[in-house]
Design a protein around this ligand. Structure first.
Ligand code: ATP
Length: 367
């Protein structure tokens, strides 16, 4: 049975800060972080290396304690609880399995530590083996398994004590591309079937977009935006988010008027288009706007075009083609078109082309 995310909160991180070291060498790894994660949610922490993802995960797990703020689990402050007393389990990047033990023994390990009865351990191991589809390999030593199989054992071991929350720190980064894709689907299925809240750390934006119910985008110890993959991709609140998630075209434009979440802007070259405005923001003067590469079309240079430039480069990607256009004025604009048998022939490199931005596709950034 699938377990949809409920409105109950599993984890609340309130005004949490984390400072490593002291005095002149003090380093703020988390700066007033605030996030509420719902029960049964697949929640992803996404950001570049060093932004504080692992630090936040370690605080939730109880491996370290925040310098300020508090962390609540189902409404209860868990600051004083040591890791083993928290209904939280962690899957690490390097699995940390016991190589000399069998698959079953690895899965049973945590349960034995918790002093569960022999029957309970046996039933639980059987259930986990089935869940991760490793029944056939239960007596194999984990050193004799493939990377993907080892990852599944690590997951089964972490899920066996039925934690309320499972923390996953880049668990797929050691796998090759194809296996990684398979495991992404597998993880999503496991989360759905068990109804356990997953907090998944990654620096891979595509992984976050495909797996998460909601994403928190982090940079330099702060959470910049929290939203569904679609919200984060379609309505990035600031430049960093727009730039980090997918490809984006940035341009300067002049605001002519604005009201109720929309503005009219003049693009370089003078053409006027409507642009979306983030909630609570009143833009004026010169602003940055973003347009996703798949939200614009190549048209003839002429009155229909919003921008004009020279097609410099055409890159074929199988499912789609990317066009690199050098705008009059020097900036590059990337445009992406899906390939299909009926798609119009692409213009030759070196041709002067027009760009038409789709209705509602341009967005003004707050920065
Ligand atoms: P990655 O994706 O590379 O694992 P991350 O986003 O998980 O990065 P963290 O491991 O949380 O980042 O580290 C955040 C920042 O805090 C980094 O700049 C790191 O160098 C610093 N840091 C982490 N642990 C310590 C420590 N024990 N002492 C001092 N600084 C630390």
């Amino acid at each position: 049975m699938p377990h949809p995310a409920s409105d109950e909160l599993a984890i609340e991180v309130r005004n949490v800060s984390m400072v490593y070291g002291a005095g002149a060498s003090a380093f703020t790894a988390l700066d007033d972080v605030e996030v509420a994660i719902k029960e049964n949610e697949f929640f992803t922490l996404l950001g570049p290396s060093g932004c504080g993802k692992t630090t936040l995960l370690r605080l939730i797990a109880g491996f370290s304690y925040p310098s300020g703020g508090d962390i609540r689990l189902h409404g209860q402050n868990i600051a004083a609880l040591p890791p083993f007393k928290r209904p939280v389990n962690t899957v690490f990047q390097n699995y940390a399995l016991f190589p000399h033990m069998t698959v079953s023994e690895n899965i049973a390990f945590g349960l034995a530590m918790l002093k569960r009865s022999r029957t309970e351990i046996r039933d639980s191991v059987d259930r986990m083996l089935k869940l991760v589809q490793l029944e056939a390999l239960k007596d194999r030593k984990t050193a004799q398994l493939s990377g993907g199989q080892q990852q599944r054992v690590a997951l089964a071991r972490a899920l066996a004590p039925q934690p309320k929350v499972l923390l996953l720190d880049e668990p797929l980064s050691a796998l090759d591309f194809k296996l990684r894709k398979e495991m992404q689907i597998e993880l999503k299925r496991l989360q759905h079937e068990t109804g356990i809240t997953f907090i998944f750390v990654t620096h891979d934006q595509e992984e976050a977009l495909t797996m998460a119910d909601r994403i928190a985008v982090m940079s330099a110890g702060r959470i910049l935006q929290i939203g569904s993959p679609r919200e984060i991709y379609d309505r990035p609140a600031e430049r960093f988010v727009a730039d980090f998630i997918g490809e984006t075209n940035f341009m300067q434009a002049d605001v002519l008027s604005s009201a109720d979440g929309m503005a009219e802007v003049a693009l370089p070259g003078g053409k006027r288009i409507p642009a979306l405005v983030a909630e609570g923001f009143r833009p004026s003067g010169q602003v940055s706007i973003v347009v996703r590469p798949e939200h614009a079309q190549i048209v003839e240079a002429g009155p229909e075009a919003h921008l004009t430039g020279t097609l410099e480069n055409t890159v074929y990607f199988g499912t789609d083609t990317h066009f690199h256009i050098r705008l009059d004025g020097g900036r590059q604009f990337i445009l992406r078109r899906q390939n299909s048998r009926s798609a119009a022939a692409a213009p030759q490199n070196g041709t002067v082309v027009g760009i038409r931005i789709d209705d509602g596709a341009a967005q003004i950034l707050k920065d």
